[in-house]
Each structure stands twice: as structure tokens, then as C-alpha cells.
Design a protein around this ligand. Structure first.
Ligand code: NI
Length: 171
């Protein structure tokens, strides 16, 4: 099932999600599949459960856009262990459509997470994958990428979003 994407302004995006404690259940496997379906439908490379209105610590990433099944990544209860180097590049978010901004991130990132069976693993990614890991894991902590922008840029963006909300172009 493809879920609609929750947009900026919904409080679910700005609170820390709950840890997953039950693994390998039909519901969890279904949710993971639905998250991939919803992400591909929205043409994103990453999606966090709060973005479909579910405040749980699950994120999915696929930097190949569905081209390479080996790049499908499920991150449950993830945490960043290490980041090094830097990259500056455009970043966007399915929950903040039509906006993209330059964001500085670590170039190489290592995270630890569990898979849908509850098995712990570590993943190291560079460039786009490093950016996606940081972006999605921050979602699960209730943090959006716009918190990395200057106050000036962020306020400007929020004003533009308010305008879109008022004209009914935001939901
Ligand atoms: Ni996002």
C-alpha cells in the first residue's frame, strides 16, 4: 500500500519516534514493504516512518531508485556512530516538497541499526548514502534538514510554506 506523505507542519515530523521492540512480525514486514512502495511512488531515495504518519523508528533508503535490490536498506532503531569529512550539496525532503537547499554534511557516515528480524548490523556510506543516512536518522529523532540552514533561510522558507498552506497548495 502506498501511503500519502505527511507534509511539514504536522507535529509527527518534529517529535522523536518510538523504538521498535517487536521484530519479525507480519505487521512489521508489511510496514517495511509499504514504506518502500510509498518511497518509490514519491520518487524519493529515503523515507522515515513519521513521514507516513507513523511515529516509529523505521527508515528505508534506496539510493538506486529501485534499480538495484542490493541497495535496499531497512534501518530500525538506527543511530549514527561516526561521521567524517564533509560534503556540501543540495538536499530536499518529501515532506517539504518543491524546496531544495545546500546542506553541509559528513562525507562518510557509519550507522548501527537493526533489520526487520531484529538483527543488528553496521553500515558505512559515502556521498549520497551518507547524506541519506543522516537525513533519515534525523527524521526519527524529530529533526528536519531545514534545522541545518541559517535562521534567515529557514524563516524565508517557512514564510513561503505558510503562503502555500494558505492557498491550499500544501496538503
Ligand atoms: Ni526527509
Amino acid at each position: 500500500m502506498v501511503y500519502p506523505i505527511v507534509k511539514f507542519g504536522d507535529p509527527v515530523l518534529e517529535r522523536e519516534a518510538d523504538n521498535i521492540t517487536d521484530f519479525d512480525t507480519p505487521d512489521l514486514h508489511q510496514l517495511v514493504e509499504d514504506m518502500f512502495d510509498s518511497m518509490y511512488a514519491a520518487k524519493g531515495v529515503g523515507l522515515a516512518a513519521p513521514q507516513i504518519g507513523i511515529s516509529k523508528k523505521i527508515a528505508v533508503i534506496d539510493c538506486s531508485n529501485g534499480e538495484n535490490p542490493d541497495e535496499k536498506l531497512v534501518l530500525i532503531n538506527p543511530q549514527i556512530l561516526n561521521g567524517e569529512g564533509k560534503q556540501v550539496g543540495e538536499e530536499g525532503c518529501l515532506s517539504i516538497p518543491k524546496f531544495r537547499e545546500q546542506v553541509r554534511r559528513a562525507k562518510r557516515v557509519t550507522a548501527r541499526a537493526q533489520n526487520a528480524k531484529g538483527e543488528e548490523f553496521e553500515i558505512t556510506g559515502e556521498d549520497l548514502l551518507a547524506r541519506a543516512l543522516l537525513h533519515e536518522i534525523e527524521h526519527l529523532q524529530g529533526r528536519l534538514y531545514i534545522t541545518h540552514l541559517s535562521t534567515l533561510k529557514r524563516d524565508l522558507m517557512k514564510r513561503k510554506i505558510k503562503k502555500l498552506q494558505r492557498s491550499g497548495d500544501w496538503v
